[in-house]
Write a protein that binds this ligand. Sequence first.
Ligand code: SF4
Length: 358
Amino acid sequence: MTEQAGFRDARYAHAVVKKIESLNQGRETRIVHVCGTHEDTIVQHGVRSLLPKSIKLVAGPGCPVCVCAAQDVDMAIELARQGHIITTFGDMVRVPSTDSSLAKERTSGADVRIVYGVSEAVEIARENPDKEVVFIGIGFETTAPTIALELIRGPPSNYSVFTSLKVIPPAMDLLVNLEGFGVDGFITPGHVSTIIGSNAFQPFAEKTGVPCVVAGFEPLDVLESVRMILVQIEEGRADSENEYTRVVKPEGNLAAQRVIEQAFRVDDAPWRGLGIIEKSGYSIREEFGEHNARLRFEFPEIESVDILPGCRCHEVILGMIGPVDCALFGKRCTIEDPYGPCMVGREGTCRIRFENLE
Ligand code: SF4
C-alpha cells in the first residue's frame, strides 16, 4: 500500500469517524480551516458527509488570490497599463478587480506573463534590461521565502516586486472576534505551518482559548485533526497540536523564517472584502527599497471596489455562506468567466464547489 493510499483507507476513516461521534456526542461544533487546499480535500473526498451533522466544517480565508485586495489588483493593472512587464503566478492573472483583470489587460496588449517560480521573473528581467519587470507577489507565509530570497540575492536593477503577501494568524484572530461567527476549533494550514511551524499557533490558542491542529491534505489527515480538536475540547484545553508530523516541525523551517525576516517586515494589510487587518501582511524592508514596486512607480488615485454588485465573496471568504448561496454562482459567475475572486483559483471556495457539482 502506498503512503497516500494509507491516508485514504476507508476502514481507518470509519474508525476515526466513530471516535469523533463518541467524543462529540451530538454537540453543535464549528471547526474552521483557513486553507484552500484543505477545502479541496474536504469537498473532493466528501469529508463533510462522513461527519456527524452536528459538526460543521467551515472554510475561512485561505485562498491567496481571493483575499488579494481589489486595490492591489488595480495597482498591478495600473503597472501593466504603464507598459511594464508584469510577471505573476497563474491564478492572479484572472482575478477580476474593479473594472478589469490582468488577463483582460493582456488581451488589450499589455505584457503580462505567467511564471512558475520567482527566479523565472528575475530571469525575464535579465533578458529585458531596457524594460521594467515587476513581479506581483501574492500568497501567504508559504510563498514569501522564495520572493524574499531573490531580493536578498541581488536581482537586476530593472526588477521589482509588488507585494500583496499575507500572514495567516491575524486573519484567524479576526474570525474569533467577529460577532456571531463562532469557532470551536481551527484546522491550521499545513503548507503555512511547514514555514512557521506548529508552535507558531500556540500563543493564539492560549490567547483565544480555541484549539488548533495543523493538518495534512489527505482525507484522513482532516478527520484525524477533527478528532484531535474534539479531544482538546473534551479535556478543556486549547493548544496548537500537529497532526501533519510527517512534514511540519514544531519550530517550522528556520532558514525560511530568517529569509522572510531579512527581506520583509510585518505591516497592516488590506484583505479583499475584509478591510485592513492589523499586522497581517509582508512589506519589503527599506534596505530593498529600490526593488519595491510600490515605491518605484507612481500610482494615480484609484477608487477600488473590493466586492462587485451581487458578489458575496466576502461572506464566502468568512465562511458565513456557501458558494451556492450566491445568486450568481454558476450563472453570471463561472470558472471560464469568474465574476468574483473566489471562482478563480484552484483554492477558491466557489471554484472548488463548482468543480465538484454533482
Ligand atoms: S459565485 Fe462568484 S460572485 Fe458569487 S460569491 Fe462566488 S465568486 Fe463571488
